[in-house]
Design a protein around this ligand. Structure first.
Ligand code: SF4
Length: 216
């Protein structure tokens, strides 16, 4: 293997300047992950999209919402449109306790549009952080309850929600929620305490205000 080929082994889509897979112009870079896929691997995935009932329903609904309302709908509206298209009637909201006002407004909007709502806050169960062995140095408020994303998911599962929506769960706690949620889940708010829940701001300003992020 040539040195260049070896270097190419470490290159992935985040090193790509062409995004030809999106444009379909066939100008793939040497290390392109698309060109490394076998026909069999692609056929298997196409088969899944076409013949797995759930995957098909979600993929088509997602594509219809994207294509049909591109640049017209806010994410709140997109979530409702997606819910309608997958036949979801009962929406679960897994909310951060610090975003209760936002979740209340979201629930109100959902109800106005005919959905049933079941919301669960992250501190559900009021389990002290010390009880799950979180070290004192990481507890900002003495006696504070632990975030409990597994219980949030379990309660929504028990209440048979058709679609779950995450509103501002912490990094990691959202990971556990996604893992334990039985219903399909999407995200309305991605928590970022510094940027007003707009995490991409750090990337947009990585050449200016947030250039510290690029230094080791
Ligand atoms: S699949 Fe290929 S063309 Fe698409 S982003 Fe990845 S490297 Fe670039």
């Amino acid at each position: 293997m040539t040195t260049k080929a070896k270097e190419n082994l470490c290159l992935t889509c985040t090193d790509c300047g062409t995004a030809s897979c999106s444009k379909g112009d066939g100008r793939y870079p040497e290390f392109c992950l698309t060109t490394q896929l076998t026909d069999k691997e692609i056929e298997k995935i196409v088969d899944l999209y076409n013949n797995d009932e759930e995957v098909r329903r979600i993929a088509i609904a997602g594509a219809e919402v994207e294509g049909g309302f591109y640049g017209q709908y806010t994410r709140v509206e997109e979530i409702m449109e997606f819910a309608r298209r997958i036949g979801a009637k009962k929406i679960g909201i897994a909310t951060c306790s610090g975003l209760m006002n936002e979740s209340r407004i979201f629930a109100k909007i959902l109800k106005v549009h005919g959905f049933e709502v079941f919301g669960v806050a992250c501190k559900i169960g009021a389990i002290p952080k010390t009880k799950i062995n979180i070290q004192e140095e990481y507890i900002r408020t003495p006696g504070a309850s632990a975030c409990n994303p597994v219980m949030q998911a379990k309660l929504l599962n028990k209440n048979k929600t058709d679609l779950n929506v995450v509103v501002g769960l912490c990094v990691g706690h959202d990971s556990l929620f996604y893992r334990y949620s039985k219903a399909v889940t999407t995200t309305l708010v991605t928590k970022d305490r510094i940027t007003g829940h707009n995490p991409v701001a750090a990337l947009y300003t990585a050449q200016s205000y947030y250039k510290k992020l690029l230094s080791e």
